[in-house]
Design a protein around this ligand. Structure first.
Ligand code: GLY
Length: 407
């Protein structure tokens, strides 16, 4: 009996922990349902209230996607052209994935289809974010072949931005005199290429994705595996012209969301290609992020790990949400070693839930407060952001998947 009691006690403890873990996911999705219904109603009333002059000015690009909140408290919405346009539909797809309810599928389809021009957009690398987070999930969850075609078309568009002399996809066109700027964020767009390769059997997409990831590993990362934001390449020979930042504190600093984009990118590159160099990169990046002396105890980073006035600097909840989601991915790929990544991600989610969530029925339907878009240009500082919400929901789903796989 003496031996059985501790076993029983630890089994009960395990059940209780399992219950608590499910509770975190369930309560967050319940709160998200209320918030996102509010966001949908707001977008609908904006559409209904558009005067003819606005309709004419916006043409085929109505600004119906909630992106953030302006300093005066009003809702900032964007058209499908904006780099963040896929995240709101993506959040609706995650609601459908969690609940299985027709309502969320209908809303996700409606907002996804508002993006129908973007698969043909060759003006930006962000077509990966825009199309994979909307049509990509739509195809994964419904099998609709039109959605798969949208992903493949977007991959073709993205591939037009690849130059073999540089070995990378160009991120932006003209900006600040850079000749061929590639930003660490661009790692995120590679997932679309790998999915398109799987759908079509066209290995060109894989070659482009691996070339970009390898060049980024060579040139964006410092010896300690922190990363620069922008590398400007010489389009003639692929040499590095400049190492800069656009959204971070300084060229040599570590912009928090950029570190998280890098981790997320190399984790899925390993998951989708099986190439161990990407796993090694992801592990090194995670270790660098974990050991920044300025990482706060609650795991929600300041907007830049080297920002000059820490602790009197804004946190960036979006960086925390991307980081948590990437850590669950890494945890699912690394067996026993992954337990530490999962525990870290759990702590981030618990703290986001406890201290950074918007109260229900407020903030135009956003889920999380206190993100930073672009501090150096004074834009979207300490505000909700649609991508913080998207990666938060993704992290909750990944947490659930990790825990189911453990059973
Ligand atoms: N890709 C832009 C950003 O992370 O703000």
């Amino acid at each position: 009996m003496k031996k059985i009691l501790p076993v029983l006690a630890s089994a009960l403890l395990l059940c209780a922990c399992g219950g608590q873990r499910q509770e975190l996911v369930r309560t967050n999705f319940e709160a998200a349902a209320a918030q996102l219904r509010l966001a949908i109603r707001t977008a609908d009333s904006l559409a209904a209230a558009r005067p003819d002059s606005v309709v004419a000015a916006q043409g085929d690009y109505p600004r119906l996607f909630p992106r953030s909140i302006r300093p005066d408290g009003s809702l900032f919405t964007v058209s499908s052209r904006d780099w963040t346009s896929g995240f709101f539909p993506g959040s609706l797809w995650y609601m459908y994935e969690y609940t299985g309810e027709a309502y969320w599928r209908e809303q996700a389809e409606r907002f996804t289809e508002l993006l129908h021009r973007e698969p043909f957009n060759t003006d930006t690398h962000d077509v990966g974010f825009m199309v994979n987070d909307s049509y990509g999930h739509g195809y994964r969850l419904t099998g609709n072949p039109a959605y798969r075609e949208a992903v493949v078309q977007a991959a073709r568009s993205l591939a037009t931005r690849f130059d073999p002399r540089v070995g990378c996809i160009r991120s932006w066109n003209a900006r600040r005199g850079w000749q061929y700027p590639v930003i660490i964020d661009n790692m995120m767009n590679l997932e679309l290429l790998l999915d398109a390769a799987r759908f079509t059997g066209d290995s060109t997409f894989v070659r482009i994705a691996c070339s970009h990831a390898d060049r980024t590993l060579q040139n964006h990362f410092r010896p300690d595996f922190s990363s620069y934001h922008v590398i400007d390449y010489d389009p003639a020979d692929g040499g590095v012209l400049h190492r800069n930042t656009h959204q971070g504190y300084a060229d040599a600093s570590s912009w928090a969301r950029g570190q998280a984009w890098g981790l997320y990118g190399y984790a899925f590159m390993y998951r989708k290609t099986g190439e161990r160099r990407y796993l090694e990169a992801a592990e090194r990046i995670a270790e660098r992020i974990r050991t920044f002396p300025t990482m706060p105890a609650d795991g929600i980073p300041y907007w830049d790990f080297d920002a000059p006035n820490i602790p009197d600097e804004p946190r960036d909840v979006s960086a925390a949400a991307v980081l948590a989601s990437a850590l669950y991915d890494l945890a699912s790929l690394t067996g026993e070693r992954g337990n530490a990544h999962k525990a870290w991600a759990d702590r981030i989610l618990e703290n986001l839930t406890a201290s950074y969530r918007a109260p229900r029925g407020t903030h135009h339907g956003f889920l999380l407060l206190h993100s930073v878009g672009n501090l150096p240009s004074g834009s979207e500082v300490d505000t909700p952001l649609n991508y913080a919400d998207y990666y938060f929901l993704e992290a909750l789903l990944r947490k659930q998947a990790c825990e189911r796989a453990d059973k």
